[in-house]
Design a protein around this ligand. Structure first.
Ligand code: AHM
Ligand code: MG
Length: 327
């Protein structure tokens, strides 16, 4: 059944937005709202660290030491610490998987939610002051409360996400997320220290003329359909746009219409992008915005992961563009 949608005016704070949306999700109660707030808080902290990165030189490699003799951490490691800390302290989350951690983290509490997170995606762009992002997925726990978590709690299909989204750290920083009832975008207002609603009920155009792929990999693409589609884009003089930061490329295509492709290649025969940390979260967002996400054979959200760092080819964006690629 279609849930009723409460339309709130542009400019309301994330906090007010979450509160009023609780009416739409009576089962979500306060814990879930608090979890979204925890994510927003960690995002603000990471945003602050990123903004001052050039000044205090924390862009270098882990293992360096600052003048106080403290070990300096790479920003992706710092972001991982910030998000895990915020999620652990909140108490709503019982388990976390992160792109930066080999195995799952069981917080051994009675929280109801599992979070999968890529704390800072696009790491190759960090050192050159180009947009990067955080990507997150939220699931319900499967194991009964007070029992140790198992792989089953984490290896859930994307279809079971109850919320997902991303934070784009760019000229302005934005939090974009869905709870399964449309997609909304919030822009960070630094003087207020608040995310405010800026993009209400985002819809992705069904068609577009922008394509995003690392074209240097053209000769090593293993999927003939992706090769054909790339040629189609060139024959039709589509516009190539590739930042190499998935969140930034995805966000542009979401707002303007377009397709992002990371096919299987000789170097990454099973795809480069991680299902649990990157593809699922964005697939949920794009479907909620009217777009499509596939690995070329099936919808991303229907893939059963077999381990937490499972990778997949990814074609995601405007519905008709993605459909043309696979048909
Ligand atoms: P990361 O998780 O190590 O940062 O890798 C993911 C990134 C994506 O943000 C981006 O779209 C892609 O890898 C770029 O890969 P490539 O440099 O192979 O084009
Ligand atoms: Mg990543």
């Amino acid at each position: 059944m279609e849930k009723s949608r409460i339309d709130l005016p542009i400019g309301v704070t994330l906090d007010r937005f979450i509160k009023s949306k609780e009416v739409e999700y009576p089962s979500a109660v306060g814990a879930f709202s608090q979890l979204l707030r925890d994510i927003a808080l960690a995002a603000k902290v990471v945003n602050r660290e990123l903004n001052k990165a050039g000044l205090i030189d924390i862009m270098g490699n882990a293992g360096n030491y600052n003048t106080a003799g403290d070990e300096q951490k790479k920003l992706d490691i710092l972001a991982n610490i910030r998000f895990i800390r915020a999620l652990s302290k909140g108490g709503e989350v019982c388990g976390i998987i992160s792109e930066e951690n080999e195995s799952f983290i069981d917080l051994e509490n009675d929280g109801n939610y599992i979070v999968a997170i890529d704390p800072l995606d696009g790491s190759s762009n960090i050192d050159v002051n180009v947009s990067v992002g955080t990507i997150f997925s939220i699931y319900k726990r499967i194991t009964a409360v007070n029992n140790p978590l198992t792989d089953a709690d984490f290896l859930q299909k994307g279809r079971l996400q109850i919320a997902s989204g991303y934070i784009l750290y760019g000229p302005s920083s934005m939090l974009v997320f869905t709870t399964g009832n449309g997609v909304n975008g919030f822009t960070y207002e630094p003087s207020l220290g608040e995310f405010v609603l800026s993009n209400s009920n985002i819809q992705c155009k069904q068609d577009g003329n922008m394509y995003s792929i690392n074209e240097g990999l053209s000769n090593s693409i293993l999927d003939p359909k992706a090769k054909q589609y790339l040629q189609f884009c060139k024959d039709n003089e589509y516009t190539a746009r590739y930042i190499g930061s998935l969140v930034a490329d995805f966000h542009r295509n979401l707002l303007k219409g377009g397709i992002y492709l990371y096919p299987a290649t000789t170097k990454y025969p099973k795809g480069k992008l991680r299902l649990m940390f990157e593809s699922n979260a964005l697939a949920f967002v794009i479907e909620q915005a009217g777009g499509k996400a596939t690995n070329g054979e099936m919808d991303i959200l229907d893939i059963q992961p077999t381990h937490i760092h499972f990778t997949t080819p990814l074609y995601i964006g405007s519905k008709n563009m993605v459909s043309k690629l696979i048909n």
